[in-house]
Write a protein that binds this ligand. Structure first.
Ligand code: FAD
Ligand code: DHB
Length: 392
């Protein structure tokens, strides 16, 4: 069996794995990334679009800020609506901070380029990954690559392989504690090369269900509508999407809406999920391998970044002989922030979506929450503080 060695084996070449690897490499720690898919496939997945300022600063520390600064769009606020009522949340005024509109696809492409420049080994198309000897001073990751069974020897393993990866499942079931909430609807999202309907995002609560008007740049929009879980992408022609989207946003915005053909269309289910602990011996879970949030509030990618923030300094200390206090604290420190983002995403989801079969009371609670936001600066500040991202 071919044997490779490294200090930190990283399973998964999505944003978590790439950012962790890039920061470790910059601190002089050696890594190898094992990714199941091709690079093209990873880069074709349309996902998150909003970066918290802490994520922006972490990307700067990683040295991947040049294109983000040229092409990203800082946003000072967003709107939440209740039918025709538009509540403005002014992040800049309420918190002094902004968020950045810059797609996950772009972040991932920048990180792949930076890793190439570092000369990091990234193996694509790996399969049958298994993780061993996590209680030994040297651990092993076995995998198949280019038809050959290989082993990667390492000091630590970072499980950055998403919700369906192998890392979380390597932790014995009796050790794991899992928490889950599945929501009874999904988001149908489209990309279209049209100008944004509004200069800031609109999270729209309407009697027809939720809609979100987001963007990637001045001629590329990302719009979503809440749909039943039973719906298929094929059920949604572009025309049906535009009709539904425009009746869910306030008419003031709908009157400005410019429509066009979709260039991507997909449906994502909504789920809250946490698996504790994030550490098992020499294995550390990062990002979606350990937790999933519903997309309302744009926390998924940003939570992956805060996990990376805690773990990269902890692993650097451990690998360079400066102590194991950081890796010992990683799980509890990261989980404290994860649970607060869970709460925010769940609250935003509950506040903005219609639940099938809900009673009139639930509708009144949504309306009262939005009315309270419209009239209380304290409530808006609380929302803004969570949206721009709690401190690491
Ligand atoms: P992933 O991006 O899932 O990356 C994991 C990587 O590991 C993948 O490249 C995968 O191929 C690889 N992998 C899996 N198993 C193995 C294995 N056994 N061996 C080797 N490699 C493996 N967040 C938001 O904030 N806003 C959004 O709008 C939004 N939309 C989303 C839409 C969808 C459909 C999904 C799935 C997620 C969305 N998210 C969104 C969440 C956000 O994209 C994730 O939080 C983010 O991708 C997490 O990054 P990650 O690197 O931890 O995991
Ligand atoms: C986007 C997705 C989100 O979940 C969100 O809250 C804001 C923006 C987006 O894809 O642009």
């Amino acid at each position: 069996m071919t044997t490779l060695t490294t200090q930190v084996a990283i399973i998964g070449g999505g944003p978590s794995g790439l950012l962790l690897s890039q920061l470790l490499n910059k601190s002089g720690v050696e890594t190898v990334i094992l990714e199941r898919s091709t690079r093209d496939h990873v880069l074709s997945r349309i996902r998150a679009g909003i970066l918290e300022w802490g994520t922006v600063e972490l990307l700067r520390a990683a040295g991947v800020d040049a294109r983000m600064d040229r092409e990203g769009i800082p946003h000072d606020g967003c709107y939440l609506t209740d039918d025709e009522l538009m509540v403005h949340i002014d992040f800049k005024e309420l918190t002094g901070k902004q968020v950045m509109v810059y797609g996950q696809t772009e972040v991932t492409a920048d990180l792949y380029n930076a890793q190439d420049a570092m000369g990091t080994t990234v193996l694509h198309g790996v399969s049958d990954v298994s993780i061993h000897d996590l209680d030994q001073s040297k651990s092993r990751v076995e995998f198949t690559h280019e038809g050959e069974r290989k082993v990667l020897e390492c000091l630590y393993v970072a499980g950055c392989d998403g919700f369906h990866g192998v890392s979380r499942k390597t932790i014995p079931e009796e050790t794991r504690r899992e928490f889950e909430r599945v929501y009874p609807f999904g988001w149908l999202g489209i990309l279209s090369e049209t100008p944004p309907v509004n200069d800031e995002l609109i999270y729209s609560n309407s009697k027809h269900g939720f809609a979100l008007a987001s963007m990637r740049n001045e001629n590329l929009v990302r719009y979503y509508v809440q749909v039943p879980l039973s719906d298929k992408v094929e059920d949604w022609s572009d025309q049906r999407f535009w009709d539904e989207f425009s009746r869910r946003i306030p008419s003031e915005a709908a009157n400005r809406l410019i429509t066009g053909p979709s260039i991507e269309k997909s449906i994502a289910p909504l789920r809250s999920f946490v698996s504790e602990p994030l550490r098992w011996g020499n294995l550390f879970l990062v990002g979606d391998s350990a937790h999933i949030v519903p997309p309302t509030g744009a926390k998924g990618l940003n939570l992956a970044a805060s996990d990376v923030f805690y773990l990269h300094s902890a692993l650097t200390e451990a690998v360079t002989g400066k102590g194991t206090g950081g890796i010992d604290d990683y799980s509890s420190k990261a989980l404290a922030r994860i649970w607060k983002a869970m709460r925010f995403s769940w609250q935003m989801t509950t506040m903005l979506h219609r639940f099938d079969g809900e009673d009139a009371f639930a509708e009144q609670m949504r309306k009262a929450t939005l009315d309270h936001l419209a009239h209380s600066e304290t409530a808006r500040r609380d929302l803004a503080e969570n949206y721009i991202g709690l401190p690491f």
